[in-house]
Design a protein around this ligand. Structure first.
Ligand code: PLP
Length: 483
């Protein structure tokens, strides 16, 4: 299994070349290619070989048969879900952290890397506006961060037997899943209604808390979202933090998608209040241009995290060493941890905070210009106020044609408009023009895109809108169109 240095260099350079070739040709191909299980199985499934094979042909198999059958999430017109477009320095950091295989669980085994994680989380602390004493750790992603936050909240509340958890009906699915993992019964998890801007209705939240207290339950944690996955909506963060304080609850803010927009001075006011939360989830693999899996949990009083997670088995006694030496395994779920912080450190050092700030602002500006066009164009409409980089909209046809005055035509029924937009989405994705996703808003089908890729331009997004309008016209004029 040990290879000669010359062979390692040869295969290593081949991999670098393959990645650079892919990045250079990225906009040329489609943003997404799928395959059925039957197809992938006949192409790729097989027993492991007893004897090894040459690297070159294996790399070709990976490059030609495996990697192309996947979303190219960093394609400039991949705008579905929440995209990601890692910077080159962060990708190189991934290679380095594997090649050095740092054990980032204890100070004893990783003093330098642990310092980098302390330093990078301290940058995040400042960006959020958290006080001294706040800190956190890198995680596999936002889901893991949300889970750990809820564990920390539960421990801080003294592990209440009938603890209740609150979030809006727009909260990310990982929060509900975290509650399930933690063992909070579904009947103690409250999904609070949202207003027309998809923000939590705090009066309803207060009411739910009051009713639970009256019923002898113990409200212990409130989860707000700073940038929902659905529409980019930001809950009223300061108010949520205030309610949590009054009620003696933990306030967790899920800023996995929106958090790094604090770097943009124009957007910062929208995120005011993040610094008041007990904990904040961030996802550098979203809006900080990092590869998967780079997530982060920040906690206002980091000792809370350590009291929730720290254990000290005998075989780890050597790791309890020195003064102020942080064992990151004490702050979360994982003992063996990769040196994820290196990705952010290297990228921020290489390009500067400024480049990251500018890219975030540029993505928001592209989304606002698209939303402005949708507002102006008669045949399109926004289905939610656009927020951060997310735009939810649909084709509604020419004025009058969707209204009751044209009752009897297919365009008049909401279901038909849903079908029409679903068909538009299918055709856009199938044609390879772009990858956009859909969602449901107030019961209606919505097209949706999210801009956060440094490669995405105004032209890309405007071309998608052109295509939506073209297809919408074409399909609504086609009487033979399947309903
Ligand atoms: C993406 C996202 C998550 C989940 O994060 P992962 O990194 O996918 O685990 C949680 N909350 C919000 C708001 C998100 O956008």
């Amino acid at each position: 299994m040990l290879e000669e240095a010359a062979e390692m260099r040869r295969s290593g350079y081949q991999v670098v070349d393959a990645i650079v070739d892919r990045w250079s040709a990225l906009p040329d191909g489609p943003p997404w290619r799928a395959a059925t299980r039957d197809a992938t199985e006949s192409l790729l499934h097989g027993p492991p070989p007893e004897e090894g094979r040459a690297f070159g042909p294996l790399l070709q198999t990976v490059l030609h048969d495996v990697m192309p059958l996947a979303g190219r999430i960093d394609h400039p017109r991949f705008l579905a879900f929440v995209p990601s477009s890692p910077s080159w320095a962060s990708v190189l950091a991934s290679f380095l952290m594997s090649g050095y295989n740092v054990f980032q669980g204890t100070w004893l085994e990783s003093a330098g890397p642990s310092q980098i994680e302390l330093t990078v989380t301290d940058w995040f602390r400042e960006w959020l506006g958290y006080p001294e004493g706040a800190g956190g750790l890198f995680t596999s992603g936002g889901s893991a961060a949300n889970l750990m936050a809820i564990v920390a909240a539960r421990e801080a509340a003294g592990n209440p037997e009938r603890g209740t958890l609150y979030m809006s009906n727009q909260a990310h699915g990982s929060v509900g899943r975290a509650a399930r993992i933690v063992g909070i019964d579904p009947d103690r998890t409250r999904l609070v209604p949202t207003d027309r801007a998809c923000r939590i209705v705090t009066a309803r939240l207060r009411e739910a808390i009051r009713r639970d207290r009256e019923a002898g339950r113990e409200p212990f944690c409130l989860v707000g979202t700073a940038g929902t996955t659905n529409t980019g909506a930001v809950d009223p963060l300061e108010e949520l933090a205030g309610i949590a304080r009054e009620e003696g609850m933990w306030c967790h803010l899920d800023a996995a998608y929106g958090g790094f927009a604090v770097l943009d001075p124009e957007t910062r006011p929208l995120l005011e209040g993040l610094e008041l939360a007990d904990s904040v989830t961030l996802d550098p693999h979203k809006w900080l241009f990092q590869p998967y899996e780079t997530g982060c949990l920040m906690v206002r009083d980091v000792t809370r995290l350590e009291s929730a997670f720290r254990i000290m088995p005998d075989y780890m006694q050597d790791a309890d060493w020195g003064h102020g030496h942080v064992n990151f395994c004490d702050r979360g779920l994982q003992l063996t941890r990769a040196f994820r912080a290196l990705r952010v450190w290297l990228a921020v050092q290489r390009y500067g905070v400024g480049a990251h700030r500018r890219e975030i602002a540029r993505g928001i500006a592209i989304a606002s210009r698209a939303a402005a066009r949708i507002r102006e164009e008669r045949e399109l409409e926004l289905l939610a106020p656009h927020s951060l980089g997310v735009v939810c909209f649909r084709f509604r046809g020419r004025e009058g044609e969707t209204g009751p005055e044209r009752g009897g035509t297919f365009r008049s029924s909401p279901e038909r408009i849903d079908d029409l937009n679903r068909e538009i989405q299918d055709r856009i994705v199938a044609s390879g023009v772009a990858m956009i996703s859909s969602t449901r808003l107030a019961g209606r089908f919505s097209l949706r895109f999210c801009v956060l890729n440094a490669r995405t331009t105004d032209e890309d997004v405007q071309a998608i809108l052109d295509r939506v309008v073209e297809l919408g016209r074409e399909l609504s004029e086609d009487p033979g169109r399947p309903a």
